[in-house]
Write a protein that binds this ligand. Structure first.
Ligand SMILES: [Zn+2]
Length: 78
């Protein structure tokens, strides 16, 4: 039982951290980075306009989303 409670707490903490990060993004100026924060590749103008406040290039963003999905699906299976 303690294990389940611990797990739930960890998941809850992670969701809160995600929500906080999202809120911070929404509160940002909406100005996109010219260069990716991760790999420092230039971010295309179209992407910067389409996704205001974006900080990552397409491939880094996809990588990040993939990691989040894997993390979520891992939680669902335990
Ligand atoms: Zn990148």
């Amino acid at each position: 039982m303690a294990d389940d409670a611990d797990r739930a707490q960890v998941i809850n903490d992670q969701f809160q951290a995600d929500m906080l990060a999202q809120a911070q993004q929404n509160n940002s100026t909406g100005i996109s980075n010219r260069f990716c924060e991760n790999c420092e590749e230039p971010i295309p103008e179209g992407r910067r306009k389409a996704q205001k406040g974006c900080k990552l290039c397409v491939s880094c963003q996809q990588e990040q989303e993939q990691e989040q999905k894997e993390l979520l699906s891992h939680w669902r299976t335990i």
